[in-house]
Design a protein around this ligand. Structure first.
Ligand code: SF4
Ligand code: SF4
Length: 317
């Protein structure tokens, strides 16, 4: 499977999803045994493997410890890299951006193998091959992209640009235990028993989407709504957002006041307080990074039920 892509002596970077402090059993991160299997295949093909990722906030080394990835890497004697050093890279063919901030560490390798986890995602519907490459943008710089792009369609276009630019030689998607429901971190493990393999990230994501379409008990994120808009008249924008958007709230009983959500919010729509962080919904761009990076799953997404029914009805036509 990996042999055709690797020549003996080549340095091979494996890019799993290690986005936060989650165990392998939570299905929020790429399972260590999937990474181990690919490490062994790379070695068999004569390549020299290393593993790297860059979470939006927090330490990749800590998260690798919690997920069991570090233990596996120690057993296999493989290095873990923090993809943390920003460099500017031109992308003349980009549709949304002609320049990206990427991790310099990527350029120390001959081959990139993308190892995403297949999960539902509050903003984009699902996260898989294409979205995992967003982890090649160092740390908190990712939030700035969320802030710069105010429309979901444009955000997806940016992710596609990024996938074209990074263009991994191979993607092996861990969907043995996928995640359904409130992904990408607060959903439930779903035994999909699948490894998705391909050289074309977008085609692989499309195939995975087809696969879950046929599953009645797989809880999808409802059709993502483009809440990330800006209108020229602030008052109109405020009213429309209030009555049409989903919005994040904090469940006080689960919140430990760690303030990770405050740190990851590029829109500065969350402020620390004596108890739990407080939202400023006028500033909130509905990127849901606070939900994604809350280690306690304390950020919930609320909906306006009346608008939601109208929207669902209209989207059938
Ligand atoms: S909502 Fe989550 S991320 Fe935010 S302070 Fe509470 S526990 Fe931390
Ligand atoms: S409060 Fe949450 S959803 Fe709103 S902008 Fe900040 S991180 Fe994004």
């Amino acid at each position: 499977m990996v042999e055709p892509h690797i020549k003996p002596g080549q340095k091979v970077l494996l890019k799993p999803n290690l986005l936060g402090p989650f165990t392998a059993e939570s299905a929020a991160v790429t399972h260590p045994e999937v990474i181990r299997a690919v490490i062994r295949l790379v070695r068999k093909a004569g390549g020299i493997p290393a593993v790297g990722d860059s979470p939006g906030i927090g330490s990749v080394h800590r998260f690798a410890g919690i997920s069991g990835v570090q233990k596996m890497l120690d057993e296999e004697k493989v290095q873990l890299l923090d993809l943390k050093t920003p460099i500017e890279v031109d992308h003349p063919k980009g549709k949304r951006f002609k320049k990206f901030t990427l991790a310099r560490e990527l350029y120390d390798f001959d081959i990139l193998i993308n190892l995403p986890k297949f999960k539902t995602h509050q903003l984009t519907g699902v996260t898989g091959a294409v979205k995992n490459l967003f982890g090649c943008v160092p740390g908190i710089v990712k939030s700035r992209y969320h802030f710069k792009i105010q429309k979901l369609a444009e955000f997806v276009e940016m992710l596609n640009d990024l996938a074209d630019l990074i263009d991994p030689q191979l993607t092996i998607m861990d969907a043995v235990w996928a995640m359904d429901g409130a992904g990408p971190t607060a959903g439930k493990p779903y035994h999909l028993k699948t490894l998705g393999i391909g050289a074309d990230c977008r085609a692989l994501d499309r195939e995975m989407l087809k696969l879950i379409e046929g599953l009645k008990d797989f809880k999808k994120v409802e059709k993502p709504r483009d809440n990330m808009y800006h209108l020229p008249i602030p008052f109109l924008e405020k009213v429309l957002k209030k009555y049409t958007s989903e919005w994040p709230v904090i469940d006080r009983s689960s919140c430990t006041s760690c303030n990770s959500c405050v740190a990851v919010c590029a829109a500065k729509a969350l402020k620390k307080s004596a108890i739990t962080p407080v939202f400023d919904y006028d500033k909130c761009i509905r990127c849901y990074c606070c939900q994604e990076f809350c280690p306690e799953h304390a950020v919930k997404i609320k909906k306006n039920w009346l608008f939601d029914r109208i929207f669902n009805l209209l989207s059938r036509f």
